[in-house]
Design a protein around this ligand. Structure first.
Ligand code: ADP
Length: 355
């Protein structure tokens, strides 16, 4: 297993810059997730590590070896694709065996690795089937099996679960986390799904327009997003944002006092997560609102409310709430959960800091 280091990596497609000055390190044995909206460059970055895309400038190291100019086969990585990329005419065993056979691994060793991978992935009973005779989840496991028998330094996953239905996706997510623990391998995983990123990663790399926006453990990104972009991307439902004015140490929105302003900076946007708005409690920063839509998910309820400031705000509350569309409610913004951003979208203070 190995550490992966990217230094000032840039990638151009013609005049279009897909990656801009990307520098980061994925620790040996880490589970790193590259996340961001469609087109932010996460697949390009993963493919650059794999050697499927050549970078325009910068360096990539796997362990101590610089791999920037090496072909994929010399990088000691294994990639699992969204499409599975299995050979339809081969059995599961032959699919898993294929790469090892091509590389000339000895027969006994190949059999040992296939047996081990099949046990880890619970494919023992399916080794003689063809892909067409397997479920989507089983096919994805075969694709993972093919990566495992390579015994690579680094596993690379490109949105591997996006073709599975919601229930299976959750199950495979848990299985991949278990696999990571079991193998202790360095894994890099690409997804546009922030829930996958939050649940699987020990390090999340948020990308935005080819740049690294923030890197850190999931809860750090949730609690202390350094930019408005990260604040809005991590967390579901998304953080609410309000345009504000600061005056004499007080934050206003359309004449409503919301919270005390920080000592530094010029805040123009306030962020508060749906789960942090306190419903119906009297106190500082009270906002009146009317419930437009109430969505019950069973265990929790999302209230889409029209605040007296003119903003549509989402409030997450418990599944037992009796609040319904048309009800008037009041909201308060606990100061420790208020995020503030400047005109450039940079966070002005950590929530929880004393204003
Ligand atoms: P993501 O995986 O985050 O959706 P990509 O890495 O696929 O994003 O793409 C990043 C940017 O690079 C996009 O603007 C995309 O259009 C562009 N791009 C990706 N692949 C190619 C390619 N083969 N040729 C030209 N442009 C590409």
């Amino acid at each position: 297993m190995a550490r992966v280091t990217l230094s000032a990596v840039e990638k151009y497609y013609g005049a279009n810059r897909a990656l801009a000055d990307v520098s980061l390190a994925v620790d040996d044995g880490a589970f790193a997730v590259f996340v961001g909206p469609s087109g932010c460059g996460k697949s390009t970055l993963l493919r650059a590590v794999a050697g499927l895309e050549m970078i325009s400038s910068g360096q990539i190291h796997i362990g101590e070896t610089e791999v920037s100019d090496l072909p994929p086969s010399d990088r000691d990585v294994a990639m699992v694709f969204q499409s599975y990329a299995l050979y339809p005419h081969m059995t599961v065993r032959q699919n898993i065996d294929f790469g090892m056979r091509v590389r000339g691994v000895a027969q006994a060793e190949r059999e040992r690795r296939i047996t081990d991978a099949a046990r880890i992935l619970q494919l023992d009973d399916y080794l003689d089937r063809r892909p067409a005779e397997l479920s989507g989840g089983q096919r994805q496991r075969v694709a993972i099996g093919r990566a495992i028998v390579k015994e690579p330094q680094v596993f690379l996953f490109d949105e591997p679960l996006s073709n599975l239905d919601a229930k299976l996706r959750i199950q495979m997510r848990v299985e991949l986390e278990a696999l990571h623990r079991q193998l202790g391998a360095t894994m890099i995983y690409v997804t546009h799904d922030q829930v996958e990123a939050m649940t699987m990663a020990d390090t999340i790399v948020v990308l935005n327009e080819g740049r690294v926006e923030q890197v850190g453990p999931p809860l750090e990104l949730y609690r202390r997003p350094r930019t408005e972009f990260v604040a809005g991307f991590i967390g579901a439902p998304s953080m609410n944002f309000l345009d504000i004015a600061a005056e004499n140490g007080v934050l206003h929105r359309e004449g409503h006092r919301l919270a005390d302003a920080p000592a530094v900076g010029a805040p123009i946007r306030l962020g508060i997560r749906p789960e942090h708005l306190a419903l119906g409690t009297a106190g500082e920063g009270m906002l009146e609102a009317e419930v437009a839509v109430s969505e019950s998910l069973g265990g929790e309820t999302y209230l889409h409310v029209d605040a007296s400031t003119g903003d549509r705000i989402v409030v997450k509350t418990d599944g037992e709430t009796t609040v319904k569309a048309g009800d008037r409610i009041s909201l308060s913004l606990p100061p420790q959960h208020v995020h503030l951003f400047d005109a450039a979208g940079q966070a002005l203070r950590d929530p929880g800091d004393q204003p």
